[in-house]
Design a protein. Structure first.
Length: 461
């Protein structure tokens, strides 16, 4: 089923690609070939439930074609692009639900609450509009450096740090690629994703992730997805939550993020994250956590606070995957998170035949190959492609990229020295006695100590 085609998927992505190509050359003075992109995007949403708003997208496309698009027009185009990719996300998620046999835990996640307009958001929107006008081939250091002051101001407000982190990483990627005119290959889809998401996050209230309720019950971790960028790191724990009132178990996530210097890598990343989340220690020790009134969003994200959690009984992740995962309801997706790249459906697999061909690993499931995304396995843990290739059971995240589904391993059961063992990507999250982990931790500790000492000298000055 994962390999079967989905009606309309190719057409939707083609419209997105056409608009993305227009951003490559820029929308200040678009040539006829580039001008067709915004029009194709507007046409794609014209016959949808968004038809009432599609008129705004059509107007924006006309203005972009004439090189006269304003900030509001760019927002309309970003919204149309996001909605179109949202429809792709939904179609793929339906297919994933058919495969797993699980259903969604609700209809839709809540829409963000309106907030007061912030001048900083307007400044970020202005910079993103200038970037769209210049295009990826027109970027230079003067243009990209304009984000620095905006990011510094955004970071001072905790409610705006989500946008600040995105803009910081986006600007860093653009700066590393300057001048754009010399680029041999442009990551058009990725940069358009970052641009459109950042632009929508400048709308008042868009970044609001307020809790819609609380969680009281038992949390059973499945695994950790570690995501690293040059300037930031995030650990996202996927887990099954069993409510104390006996309601249907549901899949939830708990995330912790931290800014990072580019010198802290590998196992050292956990040192930046541990102080902010006791859950990481529970993951390493193979324990559950008892929650009492933990804030929970409609999208299934726990707004983690150690005040609402305490260590529970031992809980094996593979036992949870075998017993609790099949009956758990999938999390609802928040509106702005409806994007194919954000699909990460927890699954459990066993009885497959793992094959390794060079650096590529595949699982043969029911006679059909399923690609294993070993590039997502972090260096901050003992899980390796070799361990995955020798495994017989896997807890992972079902993802979709470049037209195909793949599995990202979070943990595997394999044989080491004739003994069956479980190897987890987040095994070192709470600390480790493993020789390789200890060595990496020490190196990171030295680097962090030096950086803190230098920061202290600067502050004293």
């Amino acid at each position: 089923m994962l390999a079967d085609t989905i009606d309309g998927l190719g057409e939707a992505l083609a419209a997105v690609d056409a608009f993305d190509q227009a951003l490559v050359a820029g929308l200040l003075r678009p040539q006829p070939a580039q001008a067709a992109g915004p029009a194709q995007l507007a046409h794609a949403v014209a016959g949808t439930p968004l038809a009432a708003r599609a008129a705004r997208a059509a107007e924006a496309a006309e203005k972009a074609t004439a090189g006269a698009a304003s900030e509001d027009h760019f927002v309309a185009l970003a919204a149309a692009r996001t909605a179109l990719l949202g429809s792709v996300h939904d179609a793929l998620l339906v297919r994933a639900e058919e495969v797993t046999g699980r259903t969604c835990g609700g209809e839709t996640a809540e829409s963000p609450r309106a907030q007061e307009t912030v001048n900083l958001l307007a400044a970020a929107r202005s910079w993103l509009s200038d970037v769209a006008r210049s295009g990826w081939q027109g970027i230079d250091h003067d243009l990209v450096s304009g984000a620095a002051q905006v990011v510094s101001a955004l970071l001072r407000d905790p409610d705006l740090r989500r946008l600040a982190t995105l803009l910081d990483g986006f600007a860093a990627e653009l700066a590393a690629s300057c001048p754009g005119a010399a680029l041999e290959r442009v990551p058009a889809r990725r940069w358009a994703d970052l641009w459109s998401r950042a632009l929508l996050l400048t709308l008042p209230g868009a970044a609001d992730a307020s809790a819609s309720g609380t969680a009281t019950g038992r949390l059973l971790p499945l695994g950790v997805d570690l995501q690293e960028h040059a300037t930031a790191v995030q650990a996202q724990v996927h887990a099954v939550f069993e409510p104390a009132d006996g309601a249907v178990p549901r899949l939830v996530r708990a995330s912790v993020s931290a800014p990072k210097p580019d010198t802290v890598v590998g196992a050292g990343l956990w040192q930046l994250l541990r102080p902010h989340m006791s859950l990481l220690e529970a993951v390493s020790e193979g324990r559950s956590m008892d929650l009492d009134g933990m804030p929970l969003t409609a999208g299934g994200d726990l707004l983690w606070s150690d005040e609402h959690a305490r260590q529970g009984e031992p809980a094996d992740a593979f036992a949870t995957a075998r017993v609790a995962l099949p009956t758990a309801a999938d999390a609802v997706t928040a509106p702005l998170d409806r994007h194919p790249a954000r699909i990460a459906v927890p699954v459990f697999m066993e009885g497959y035949a793992a094959r390794k061909d060079g650096d590529a690993v595949t699982f043969a499931v029911a006679g059909r190959p399923l690609a294993v995304d070993t590039d997502r396995i972090p260096a901050a843990g003992p899980l390796t492609p070799q361990a995955v290739a020798a495994s017989g059971a896997c807890i992972g995240l079902l993802r979709w990229d470049a037209g195909t589904f793949s599995i990202q391993p979070l943990a595997v059961e394999t044989t080491v020295r004739k003994k069956a063992v479980a190897v987890h990507a987040g095994q070192w999250a709470g600390g480790t006695a493993d020789k390789a982990g200890v060595k990496a931790e020490k190196a990171a500790t030295d680097a962090v100590h030096v950086l803190r000492e230098r920061a202290g000298r600067l502050l004293r000055k």
